[in-house]
Design a protein around this ligand. Structure first.
Ligand code: ZN
Length: 237
């Protein structure tokens, strides 16, 4: 009897994780952040070195919750019909480095890719960005996709924020929950488009394009640290 109950609970949890990944994937697809099979959305399994993630060559339009892949951090597949993309290594890297990160999204949106190719950091140009991102969005060094090295480059470049551009590749974001993480990816893509537009126009209208100064974002960074931060805090002696 107790065994049946445990099994039922496991099934329920499995369904919940699958649903979270499915809904995150549909949201980034509907927002145009991933158009073909590229990118991946994952959720960490609480208290385990496991995650649920979108499959390799995902068809975002047709995908169902059964397509979601359950894997261990070492790549072992657990009861899944599909294979996980080798980009799961990015998600593994962030979950191992940040116990507070429960969700991660990697996608290839147009303007974020432009930023990543130009090697341009996205400065904090509106206050909202400080609260959601936690600082300017850095660009990682290049490493080939599917290699463990790329995870290391991301951790090096992400700083205390929850987002990083992957050099000549795309965008990577993480968060405590899926709703926030999806919103974060959408905000960065939108702000990248706006920032690139500003760079295009700045010589025509003869102005400088600068990020907000530290004193203007201080309050929002404090709120980010209290509510959205996933990077561990370094304890001061
Ligand atoms: Zn990618």
């Amino acid at each position: 009897m107790a065994e049946n109950l445990d099994l039922e609970k496991e099934k329920q949890k499995d369904l919940e994780y699958r649903k979270m990944v499915y809904e995150g994937a549909k949201s980034i697809f509907n927002a145009g952040l991933s158009q073909m099979g590229e990118g991946n959305v994952s959720v960490r399994v609480k208290k385990k070195d496991e995650m649920y993630i979108t499959p390799s060559q995902n068809d975002y339009e047709k995908m169902t919750i059964d397509d979601v892949v359950h894997i261990k951090f070492d790549g072992t597949h657990l009861l899944s019909k599909r294979r996980a993309s080798s980009e799961y290594l990015l998600h593994k890297a962030i979950y191992e480095a940040r116990p507070k990160a429960n969700c991660a999204i990697h996608c290839h949106p147009k303007h974020s890719i432009v930023m990543s190719i130009l090697g341009l950091k996205l400065p904090l140009i509106i206050e909202e960005m400080a609260f959601f991102i936690g600082g300017e969005v850095n660009v990682s060094e290049f490493a080939q996709s599917g290699e463990e090295e790329l995870g290391k480059k991301i951790i090096e470049a992400i700083g205390d924020t929850n987002a990083v551009f992957i050099r000549n590749h795309g965008l990577f974001v993480c968060g405590a929950d899926m709703q926030y993480t999806v919103k974060l990816a959408m905000l960065i893509e939108k702000m990248s488009e706006i920032y690139l537009k500003c760079l295009e126009l700045k010589d025509i209208v003869k102005v400088q394009v600068e990020g907000l100064s530290e004193d203007k974002t201080k309050k929002w960074i404090e709120m980010f640290n209290a509510l959205n931060r996933t990077a561990p805090r370094i304890k001061k002696d």
